[in-house]
Write a protein that binds this ligand. Sequence first.
Ligand SMILES: Nc1ncnc2c1ncn2[C@@H]1O[C@H](COP(=O)(O)OP(=O)(O)O)[C@@H](O)[C@H]1O
Ligand SMILES: [Mg+2]
Length: 362
Amino acid sequence: MIRIEDLHVRFDSDKGTVHAVKGVNLDVAAGEFYTLLGPSGCGKTTTLRCLAGLERPTGGRITSGNTVVHDSDRGVSVPTYKRDIGMVFQSYAIWPHLTVFENVAFPLREVRPKIAEEEISNRVSKALELVQLGGYESRPAPFLSGGQQQRLALARAIVREASVVLFDEPLSNLDAKLRAETRLELRNLVKRLGMTALYVTHDQTEALTMADRVAIMREGQIVQEASPTEIYNRPNSRFVASFIGQCNFADGKVRDKMNGSGVGQLETEWGALQFSGDSDADVGTSVIAAVRPENVRLVATGADGTAEGEVVETVFLGECIECRVRVGDADLVARVHPRDAVDVGQRTGVEIRPEDVALLSS
Ligand SMILES: Nc1ncnc2c1ncn2[C@@H]1O[C@H](COP(=O)(O)OP(=O)(O)O)[C@@H](O)[C@H]1O
Ligand SMILES: [Mg+2]
């Protein structure tokens, strides 16, 4: 549905050239909810603006549906209003001098040939019903709450019934509770309408909870693309592992692959560790072992195959306690249930299951 091929964007400024997007490739299937996730400044907004036709790429090709909307080589650039695309911005870009009705009607009034007033009215009502703003038609837009303004921006993006909708951090102006409530609501609405969504965020929870597929961006490039569970459980780099959630890292070396039994041995800063799965790292290779805090289990000391350490710090987080444990020469953070009594200075066994160890190249 959306295809971006070798997209490049360079900005010239008085401080020199910024290469904001460096060869991005992606494919979004019809009806898919696809998320671009990355730190501030990595080129997410620029990529989205190229799709919408608000930014002119310096190289590459963009296809939306069956239409090539941009091709640098052939000098093709379809203007924004002719692209079958709706967009929701971080700032909402709501017109404060217009009513709720007129804000949503605006994109329809731009369409040529003109749409009859009655049909505009019907489509605006339908869009407002969908985002639960029916009855607010005549209210001035600034008199809506933050959450209602967000839904108004959404109504305006869907009223054209475009098959593609682009979101640029649309929830970032909402307070934490409303943001959490809106995530699933928004995803469900997009799915119900059968739209294809490209959603940009720097918020890992949004990406994990909303997306069918996540692409992690860093410095103008996509560094990993996978389902939320795979990104979380099988990050392909230290950058991805630490950008999504928390992670423990230890330098290590592959000791033994046990003749393809599916389980291998590592020697790490935390001591001996088993890993499982499909790693193609050879015996003797230096690697980084990555383990999520919720996969580090504190057990009785002396159990078979477990390491031993000392609890050096505990932090109460409400739903869990985070324990820093010194194992060998390195620290390891474990997350335990708040009912589990853990004291600083206590000796503890540390258990990590082979399937919870991800190997990254060092
Ligand atoms: N119009 C512009 N002129 C110059 N530099 C820009 C412009 N827009 C964005 N940039 C730069 O391009 C890079 C990517 O920006 P952006 O796409 O907004 O990142 P993100 O949305 O991931 O935070 C940043 O370094 C930013 O400063
Ligand atoms: Mg941005």
